[in-house]
Write a protein that binds this ligand. Structure first.
Ligand SMILES: C[S@@+](CC[C@H](N)C(=O)[O-])C[C@H]1O[C@@H](n2cnc3c(N)ncnc32)[C@H](O)[C@@H]1O
Length: 223
């Protein structure tokens, strides 16, 4: 039976298996997102809702100076372990983004698959805008409104649900513009050819789901 729990509780229980549950989705996303970031060496990066450090660790390994924020101690614990194994230093902060925000002057702010947990995104976009250097960039990914599932995030492997929200492309672009950022790029992410092949090698057919995008990615720049 599927049980509905809080967002924090979902990630508390999901932390250990999170990355293994969605490998083809993550692969297809990062394949498109990493090139949007350019050369990150020496750049100050803020990863909002860093989770298990998928991007934080990858970018720190490329020489970025990373601050990584999440309200889930369990997700951060996995990310810390990965950073240690990769021998990179990351400034992890256990913060609820609805209550606080790390001060700083960042070249790049990322928030991947997090904003779907926010009913209203305007305040977060305005905080992001204040924390980016002029000409710095922000990259946001979120589930596509096409994707089924309505108001709940379903963690199938655990039989857990938690509330989520699905804003449209137009609502995100308007929030970006209202925060004083320049909207630069929009991508729709489908399963990539590489991910389909990797899944096939693992004995899983995801080709049948590959015609519709499942994520939206927005790139914006500070004026
Ligand atoms: C789907 S995961 C994404 C993790 C990572 N960004 C990635 O792409 O793999 C969403 C993350 O957002 C975090 N999160 C959700 N709401 C938050 C909030 N109000 N403050 C801080 N972190 C939050 C969760 O704990 C979780 O780690």
């Amino acid at each position: 039976m599927v049980k509905t729990v809080s967002i924090k509780e979902v990630y508390k229980r999901w932390a250990q298996r999170y990355e293994n549950d969605l490998p083809y989705l993550f692969e297809s996303e990062s394949e498109k997102v990493i090139p949007l970031l350019g050369n990150v060496k020496g750049k100050k990066v803020l990863d909002l809702g860093c989770g298990t450090g998928r991007y934080s660790v990858a970018l720190a390994k490329k020489g970025a100076i990373v601050t990584a924020v999440d309200f889930s101690k369990e997700m951060i614990a996995v990310a810390r372990k990965k950073a240690k194994q990769s021998k990179v230093k990351i400034d992890f902060r256990n913060i609820d983004l609805k209550k606080g925000f790390p001060e700083g002057d960042y070249d790049i702010i990322l928030s991947m698959l997090v904003l779907g947990h926010f009913k209203k995104t305007a305040l977060l976009f305005s905080k992001i805008s204040k924390a980016i250097k002029p000409n710095g960039i922000c990259i946001i990914s979120t589930f596509h409104p096409h994707k089924e599932g309505g108001k709940l995030i379903l963690v199938q492997s655990l039989g857990l649900d938690a509330r989520k929200y699905r804003q449209t492309k137009e609502e995100y672009i308007s929030a970006i513009n209202n925060a004083g950022l320049l909207f630069e790029k929009f991508l729709e992410i489908k399963f990539s050819k590489k991910a389909i092949l990797h899944a096939k090698n693992d004995g899983i057919n995801i080709e049948q789901y590959s015609h519709k995008p499942f994520l939206m990615v927005f790139k914006a720049r500070k004026k």
